[in-house]
Design a protein around this ligand. Structure first.
Ligand code: GDD
Length: 385
């Protein structure tokens, strides 16, 4: 059984966002029920976001607030002038919220407030970023929905999971909580009903857990889910699909294959040969007092430097670009390249001296071995991440 004493979260504040449109028969009861079930060792605020409900829901909340001063749980209401949709109402509430943890739920009792403590516990226990009250996790269910509504929900879930690549079992849930800082810097469209889906797509990598619950159809009032909501769902999935593709294309390519890396590395090597040759020639020809060996040393240094930068930013472009690593990488690159040069000399010398192989053939084998050794060492050790 869940025990409130397990939660030692004294300083944490929970903001519960309650969107309302024509919920006059539910709103006071749900506010009371939330207050009753919230763990007392959390600070809490409940934010009602009402869209000028014709049935006077907003006025009912105003009157209730004037009448009641609540100790542990403050209640606030945002009045919007027109009905602008569930997701945008939730976003409005989130903007207003001051808690570190945001709970989103309906105000018609289809989302039982008794589950909130379990969700908070799950957040802490599994170090989650998002906890979803789930109808489709093991143990979850839906009561009193028509077959048509059940099928629509299943279909919408299937579309979301396959086209947007979300792993949650119930990405269409309207009952969830998350750490507010998770949304830091992100922009939301807030189209239609499915804000959770947008959050899941835009916070890829966030740790998600699901707590099973039974969704019970409302007793009072009626669902506002109409054709516009279905149309907006399609629009939202399309936008999120495009968003996913844009993010993918911006990500550094993770797997430039071995072959392509080797080809780039040797192309760079070839360019280094040209740099080395030209710099050495240019210096020796233009500075008469410079000994040709010194000119060649400068040429080697110049080619190693250009090789390093080309390899870092082109051959291994998919690996770390952390600036503080650059000096260490540069030194390693020079070290391994020098080792490669020594290896080449050693191979050429021993092939000629011991096996009496002709110079062109020995040189070919030496250059090839050194180039391959260089590539492997730099790939594995210099540009390893
Ligand atoms: N402020 C505001 N503005 N609130 C709205 C609006 C709006 O335009 N539309 C709906 N709401 C409020 C309702 O008053 C209710 O508290 C909650 O949002 C859910 O609306 P319903 O119309 O009752 O939703 P539903 O029961 O059909 O849909 C449920 O199932 C979905 C899962 O399939 C909801 O639980 C959704 O949250 C859930 O995603």
């Amino acid at each position: 059984m869940y025990s409130e004493t397990n939660l030692i979260e004294n300083k944490k504040k929970v903001s519960i966002i309650l969107p309302t449109y024509n919920e006059s028969q539910n709103i006071i009861q749900i506010l009371k029920s939330i207050e009753e079930h919230l763990p007392k060792n959390f600070k809490a605020e409940t934010i009602v976001v009402d869209d000028n409900s014709p049935d006077g829901t907003g006025k009912i909340v105003d009157d209730y607030l004037n009448f009641k001063k609540i100790a542990n749980n403050t209640i606030d209401i945002i009045h919007r002038t027109t009905k602008s949709g569930l997701a945008s109402a939730i976003l409005k509430g989130i903007q207003h919220a001051t808690g570190e943890i945001i709970v989103v739920m309906d105000s018609d009792f289809s989302h039982p407030p008794q589950i909130i403590p379990k969700m908070l516990e799950s957040l802490k226990k599994y170090h989650s970023d998002i906890v979803i009250a789930s109808r489709y996790a093991k143990g979850g269910s839906i009561e009193q929905w028509t077959l048509k509504r059940k099928l629509m929900s299943k279909l919408a879930t299937k579309i979301a999971k396959s086209s947007l690549n979300v792993s949650a079992k119930d990405p269409m849930s309207g009952f969830f909580l998350f750490k507010k800082n998770l949304l830091h810097d992100l922009k939301f469209d807030g189209i239609g009903y499915k804000l959770l889906l947008e959050i899941l797509v835009k916070t890829k990598g966030a740790k998600i857990t699901e707590v099973p619950y039974t969704f019970t159809n409302r007793k009072f009032g009626s669902s506002k889910l109409g054709l516009d909501v279905i149309f907006n769902y399609g629009k939202s999935v399309f936008k999120l699909y495009r968003y996913g593709k844009t993010i993918e294309s911006q990500e550094p390519r993770k797997s430039i294959r071995f072959i392509s890396k080797a080809a780039r590395f040797y192309t760079v090597g070839l360019s280094g040969f040209v740099v080395n040759y030209l710099v050495s020639l240019l210096l020796a020809g233009n500075i008469p007092e410079l000994w040709f060996v010194h000119a060649n040393i400068y040429g080697i240094a110049a080619s190693m430097t250009t090789n390093f930068f080309l390899n870092k930013f082109w051959t291994f472009e998919d690996r770390s670009l952390k600036p503080k690593k650059i000096i260490v990488q540069f030194l390693k690159f020079i070290g391994f390249s020098s080792l490669g040069a020594l290896l080449q000399l050693g191979i050429v010398f021993s092939l000629i001296d011991q096996y009496e192989i002709s110079f062109p053939v020995a040189l070919f084998i030496g250059v090839l071995s050194a180039a391959f050794g260089n590539f492997i060492l730099n790939k594995k050790l210099t540009f390893k991440e």
